[in-house]
Ligand binder design. Sequence first.
Ligand SMILES: [Zn+2]
Ligand SMILES: [Zn+2]
Length: 222
Amino acid sequence: MFEWIRRKLMQRLNVKREGMQKYEGNLCPNIQERLEKNKLNSRFCIAHYSWDAEYEMDCGTRVYVVDISRRICTCGSWQLSGIPCSHSIAAIQRDKSEPEHYVDPCYSKEAYLSTYNYTIAAMPSEEYWDSKGAEQVNLPKIRKQPGRSKKVRRREADEVRGTTSTRKGLAIHCKKCFRPGHNSRTCKFPIHPKSKFYKVMMLQMLEIQVVMLQTLEMQGMM
Ligand SMILES: [Zn+2]
Ligand SMILES: [Zn+2]
């Protein structure tokens, strides 16, 4: 398996390197393709020179600001990808420069070739390897520590204890107050307005009020 991967890599590095050496352009083909697409879209933008290397790009529905020297466009695409967007291409062309000069050097043919510059050396089988006479490396011996071994995981100093008492191991939350670490039976906090206990409590209070009103009525006091 490992041998197979090594050979595949050896082959792949050569294929990539040779393919690129034959390639004429200065940029990687897929990057050039993307640039051409942006160039095509750049015709919808009208450049207005501001100052220094800054342009205001009127592109129909939206206006972008391009700074050629800092290589940024307010659309964010140029600084993110390193490839001039259609807005900045329009500005670059207005500046009478080539968009290709503004593509990040990481997409150049040289950068590509330097990536694939490494070779994996051919290797003979094990019988032909040099023996350095070094000592063989063994696994460390496992020694049993004295005392009964711990059953519960040792917790961090700031780790909350006993909040994972559900069967699924999730932290429990109180259904009355929505706080973690206890349940509704042992709750000592005020009831949360979104809890179902709150509705029940309000209904009970209403009922009490109704009963009180009824008794008052019966006594002829209202
Ligand atoms: Zn842009
Ligand atoms: Zn509670």
